[in-house]
Design a protein around this ligand. Sequence first.
Ligand code: SF4
Ligand code: SF4
Length: 217
Amino acid sequence: MSKNWYPIIDYDKCIGCMVCNDMCRHGVYKPDEEIRKPKVVYGNGCVHGCHGCERKCPAGAIRYCGDDGTIDIDYDYDTYKPEIICNGKPRVTFICVHNSCRSQMAEALGKLYASDVFESFSAGTELKDRINLDAVRLMKKLYGIDMEETQYNKLIDDIPQPDVVIFMGCNVSCPDVPSQYAENWGLEDPTGRSDEEFEVIIRKIEKNIHRLKKRLL
Ligand code: SF4
Ligand code: SF4
């Protein structure tokens, strides 16, 4: 299986909307004036596991390729194991916009279930003054964790350089945070939603934490 990958575009499906070019912050795409569609010009810039452009492409035109140029049909996202070079346990940082809700819950569940395999941090691209109160209440109810005791809101610059970054769901664009491996969990922000909807997101985070733990073992 290839360790590196990059997107390829099926031009029979592509409608030239440029969504992939607009959202990728890694310079992978460039518009081509002649064909009026994007071209992949910097495949090495693609963050393995981001899936951002693939998720947003309205035409289902994007697939990924292995580093030998062949379509990576053997790639199995569930069992993929990245090679992380670090001293000690890898540092995993969970990122969402305000570091108030999804990323805080992921940090707490990472510490609860995976502290023997990786160190958990969370951060945001902007700051709110406190952790979401519904998230605090439900994490206490479901896991007995008091996030207000153990965690606080942080910016990306306030935490150590991550080995792995997990984007909780970049709705607008693909953030640019360097790491050796990245995933985008594509989770909706449950802020303001009912407890039932909140719990669905929490359980998804818990499931993803267990998968990430196996991946980094
Ligand atoms: S948006 Fe993400 S998956 Fe798509 S090319 Fe850029 S880094 Fe790769
Ligand atoms: S997002 Fe999909 S349809 Fe739009 S330009 Fe990119 S590959 Fe083509």
